[in-house]
Design a protein around this ligand. Structure first.
Ligand code: SAM
Length: 268
């Protein structure tokens, strides 16, 4: 595994993930409902975390292979689904999957973290000609984007390629130009807390991004960053002081272009 992927895996292991996964679950259900009944067809859940989409698809009769770059996530996922789902530690950039063998590639807020070109090439490689890609991505103007800005203002170093870019429909369409019938819809997750302080505690404990940012700073700088996060959350409270957030996201689907698949097969 490359240094970049090893670092990515380590970041995702820095927090208590299952409570965050619960908050992402409605979007996983949305992906599963877009796919419908599997009738034994094969799906791969990429960057599956502890298996939100994998668990839903198994319930719907799909034969599910779940993968994640983090060994810890895969262990959580195996514990959650048992042997009904096949799990592997694998990066989205290099899937342990034969060519044109799966009817669905799915990812709930996961493949957005992978190298774009390598990940898209893998989608082309593994999908059957009649298959479908369905994934979710935070919108570029979403609460997740403004929250990320608050963190980045406190972190040193050059900006990284942002996973949030997938949340611009034009960017998503351009990146998936080799696929056909790209469909982009918008939805939002209710992301509510009793108070800004409770939200702060949740982020510190359960959000890998926040935990990694805190760990990278000296204690006073980390406290200043989390004070800024809490102030940002205070701007999103209702009259009762509860944090009320609509975390907007896109649900993107696309299908392989059969002429491209034929060209790949001829050149193989
Ligand atoms: C926000 S979580 C989403 C997990 C899951 N899909 C869910 O619904 O809870 C992002 C996941 O992406 C994984 N991840 C990040 N970069 C990855 C990569 N390059 N390849 C595979 N998994 C990756 C992380 O380990 C983490 O489990």
């Amino acid at each position: 595994m490359s240094d970049r992927l090893a670092t990515a895996a380590a970041v995702w292991d820095m927090a208590e993930y299952p409570p965050l996964a619960e908050r992402l679950m409605p979007a996983a259900l949305r992906i599963a409902s877009a796919l419908g009944s599997g009738q034994g067809r094969r799906a791969i859940d990429v960057a599956a975390g502890n298996g939100n989409v994998a668990a839903c698809l198994h319930q719907q009769g799909w034969s599910v292979h779940a993968t994640d770059v983090s060994q810890h996530m895969v262990e959580l996922g195996r514990r959650r689904t048992g042997p009904t789902v096949h799990w592997d530690v694998a990066a989205a950039e290099r899937l342990p999957t034969p060519d044109h063998s799966v009817a669905a590639v799915v990812s709930n807020f996961g493949l957005i973290f992978a190298d774009v070109d390598q990940m898209v090439a893998e989608v082309h490689r593994v999908l059957r000609p009649d298959g479908v890609l369905v994934f979710t991505a935070w919108t570029t103007d979403s609460y997740m984007a403004t929250m990320t800005d608050v963190l980045l203002r406190h972190l040193p170093g050059p900006p990284h390629p942002s996973p949030l870019a997938w949340g611009d429909p034009d960017v998503a369409r351009a990146r998936l130009a080799g696929l056909r019938d790209v469909d982009v819809q918008r939805d939002s997750l209710p992301w509510n807390f009793d108070s800004p302080a409770q939200a702060r505690e949740f982020y510190e404990r359960c959000s890998p991004a926040h935990a990694a940012a805190i760990a990278s700073l000296a204690p006073p700088a980390a406290t200043a960053m989390m004070d800024a996060v809490e102030s940002h959350l205070a701007e999103l409270t209702d009259t009762g002081g509860r944090v009320r957030i609509d975390a907007d996201y896109l649900i993107v689907s696309a299908h392989p272009d059969s002429t491209r698949v034929a060209r790949q097969e001829i050149s193989a």
